[in-house]
Design a protein around this ligand. Sequence first.
Ligand SMILES: [Zn+2]
Length: 706
Amino acid sequence: MKRNLTLFASFALLFCSVNANAQVTEGGYHPCGTDQMVAAALAADPVLKAQFEEEQRQAAEADRIAYQQGYSFRKTMLSGSRSAQQSPPQYIIPVVFHIVHDYGTENISDAQVLDAVRILNEDYRKLNADTAGIVSTFQGIAADASIEFRLAQLDPNGNCTNGIDRVNSSETYVGDDGSKLNYWNRARYLNIWVVKAISNGAAGYAYLPGSAPTASVDGIIILSTYVGSIGTGNYTTARALTHEVGHFLNLLHVWGTGNSPGVTCGNDNVSDTPTTKGWTSCNLTTNDVCVNNVEENVQNYMDYSYCYRMFTNGQRTRMHNALNSASGQRNSLVTTTTANATGINNPQPCAPIADFTPVNDLYVCEGGSLTFTDVSYNGQPTSYNWSFPGGTPSTSSDSVPTIQYNTAGTYSVSLTVANAQGSDNFSRTNYVHVLPAAAQYTANFYQEGMENTTIFTNDWDIENPQGNGWTNATTAAATGTRSCRLDNTTAMAGQTDAFISPSINFAAMNNPVFTFKVAFAQRAGSENDRLRVYMSTDCGATWLLRYTKAGTNLSTRSATTNAFVPTANEWRTETVTLSSVQLSGTNVRIKFEFESDGGNDIFIDDINIQGATGVVEAEDGISSFNVFPNPANDNSTVEFSLAESQNMIVDVVDLNGKTVQSVHSGNLSAGMHRLPINVAELSAGMYFVRLQNAEGNYLMRKLLVE
Ligand SMILES: [Zn+2]
């Protein structure tokens, strides 16, 4: 390859901003995000940038000299009586995989990680079977990179590890430098973080030596579906890790100075890789695009063709030079001290670290059963000792026990696992939710106006697994002063948050209609924000989808990039179609679930389930309906305004619809009214305050008595 030393003075141009999302390959694979991340790191730190550029200049100069010598020095070291493939590797790098997970498919198995390491070692020793398919032009320079990767056997504290660390965190849905949890010293370990999603749309990214903004983010982050060829992986995507490790060891994309493949002819400062624009498809025939009659190395691991299968001798030399350089502490990865500190030459079994997760859900009706599964790691347990307070049986020695719960309540679960190397215990409190077999609400109506501040502590369940999500808020309201708001600005793409109703007896209602009010504005670039409504007739063990809307279908106004807070006319009433299963359900729960695509907040208000004989909405001149204080323990006040004088019945009813206190009956003048409720004579619990006019139309607000 022709060399151009002036190129290095303007090296930063190589890393102009890259929109990784634009680079999906012909096969639909995700691109690599390395250029983008390195560019951002260098732009933010002029000192880092200057040092990095000098190191890159030196690497290029070293390549130039090695090329003049025909890369012979390294070749000699690999030759001898045995073939290169049979020689011991020149370098062995300790590796730790940090599986950042939320107990989903991204929590890939040990076997899948081992498979990824196998593929890495094949590719870096030229033992990959598809070497046979390297086109003839490059057969002669396809290199055994002579680098081996071994899972760490000792962690930074000297404790036994299998080199596969597992961290339960919502960062798995984010996938950026902040998701690089449990970093291990980069001078001793190549850190590889495995996540469910990567925020810049890439399959993964690495930092070139000397380009990481801090040591603790140096390493590789990669999608769980791009690790190994089994489980959630496949052999094509698995080679992306080979590509990222190439970056970690200072290899550039083969097209070098272009932002994206297929745009500009360039080079990678490796003298035996031809000038190319780079490829997003596997064109092995007419690919002399940059220089006439000079075939391009489409099959190189550092291209995007996804038919990659080789490094060149020059790339091997450049990686070896990186492992002899202090840049990014790569040289300390391959010392005897590091090998000893990480135990890579002394594999040994470890004690397990206890962990578990439900097989399905954590909600069950009284008398129902739940199944749990062991997901302990670091060592294979030989015994399981579960504790299930409130369950039957209350202990188990199975790895996947099924437990019956007969009494409503919230219960803890604990697991101790052990093998010959040791034991570990893990407990979760308030983990299992057992609901009464009989519905909590049995009146011929149900209404939730979101006016009660304690809705999520006393009545509805909330599931915000990643922290911020649904809250009871005063930001906006369809009626009253409160609604339920989802904080979508801090939500991560793919995050789901839900709130779940108490149990309601639909069968007690006459052909009920289920409505709620929604307000939402789509944000450009976030077309997949989605609201779903589910219903369960088995206390939440299983859920049936009854409503789903996203993007413009969900929106109640035009799209906006401003923070959305609905006005009064930006609410829409939605009707949820009920099946016979729900219509006849004596114990029905409703779940509102929002899946974030990072757009605007969404608001829900006025959830009504109303028999056909009733009328929920007062179009009758009643406004400013409120009950305060709420919750209450001695007195409370019902407040409302009438547009004109009319006969009104105001009473407090229980969850069965029975009147328990008559507040007022008779004519009231136009204007604001405040009537006292004698809370002291009511038992603790949930009630409705009901306003009813002469036509029989009514409005209700919940009242919680403490
Ligand atoms: Zn790349």
